[in-house]
Design a protein around this ligand. Structure first.
Ligand SMILES: Nc1ncnc2c1ncn2[C@@H]1O[C@H](COP(=O)(O)OP(=O)(O)OP(=O)(O)O)[C@@H](O)[C@H]1O
Ligand SMILES: [Mg+2]
Length: 216
């Protein structure tokens, strides 16, 4: 299966959530996890490399998908094999739209879209959703409130939530803005970090299980 963390807005928490999800799922699933860093910044990959100094065991491999390849899945079979596989294939994308992402966005099983309620983030999220529609993406869209601030009144929340629910699943539980999530390791979630993402990820996992009638 392919689960892709993407949206066209930079800095919404894609990489943080992708790392947290990869770590979290590795503690509850027997399935092999493969991570593909498809962002020219390679933040996930570099973090994973840095963590080689850690005494904790490696949880998964991270591959980079090269910048030179304009259409990395031009042979197509590679992508379909990842999709058909029982393994969990996670992709972390850049915060920009690029034609090279088209095939992946079309054939992902799930696209996890972190968003915030600021006006700019709302606009980019809607543009991204629209683009998925134009691509006729087969993926289930899952929206996750990222860096959510409990004490803050988001004036456009109600309106935005109604809109998003037309296009996919909006997870009930947000991932709150937390200091501990600013520094995340690819080998271990701290207790506090796990607490910060657990409810949202359990909802996401439940949705994947229900959709595919499987147990991750
Ligand atoms: N829940 C959170 N609480 C606090 N800080 C967070 C949280 N999620 C992400 N951050 C911080 O926000 C910044 C952007 O996060 P991140 O790099 O994960 O976003 P991104 O969408 O992958 O960005 P890019 O588009 O550049 O790839 C980082 O400094 C990260 O530490
Ligand atoms: Mg990123």
């Amino acid at each position: 299966m392919i689960i892709t963390f993407a949206t066209q807005k930079g800095g919404t928490g894609k990489t943080t959530l992708a790392i947290a999800f990869a770590n979290y799922i590795s503690t509850i699933s027997e399935r092999k996890i493969n991570v593909f860093d498809f962002d020219y910044q390679k933040s996930f990959y570099y973090k994973w490399k840095d963590d080689e100094l850690s005494e904790n065991p490696k949880l998964y491999e991270v591959e980079i998908i090269g910048d030179e390849e304009q259409q990395p899945f031009s042979d197509f079979e590679t992508l379909i094999n990842l999709k058909d596989s029982d393994e969990i294939n996670l992709f972390d994308l850049a915060g920009t739209l690029d034609a090279k992402y088209s095939d992946l966005l079309i054939y992902s099983d799930f696209i996890v879209i972190p968003f915030e309620y600021s006006d700019v983030s709302v606009k980019s999220t809607l543009v991204f959703i629209n683009m998925l529609g134009l691509l006729e993406s087969e993926a289930e869209r899952v929206f996750i409130r990222s860096k959510y601030d409990k004490g803050y009144k988001y004036l456009n929340q109600e309106e935005m939530d109604i809109e998003l629910k037309k296009f996919g699943l909006l997870l009930e539980n947000p991932v709150f803005k937390k200091n501990c999530l600013q520094k995340i390791d690819t080998r271990k979630l701290t207790y506090e970090q796990k607490y910060g993402v657990r409810k949202s990820f359990d909802e996401l996992i439940e949705y994947i299980n229900q959709t595919f009638k499987i147990t991750l």
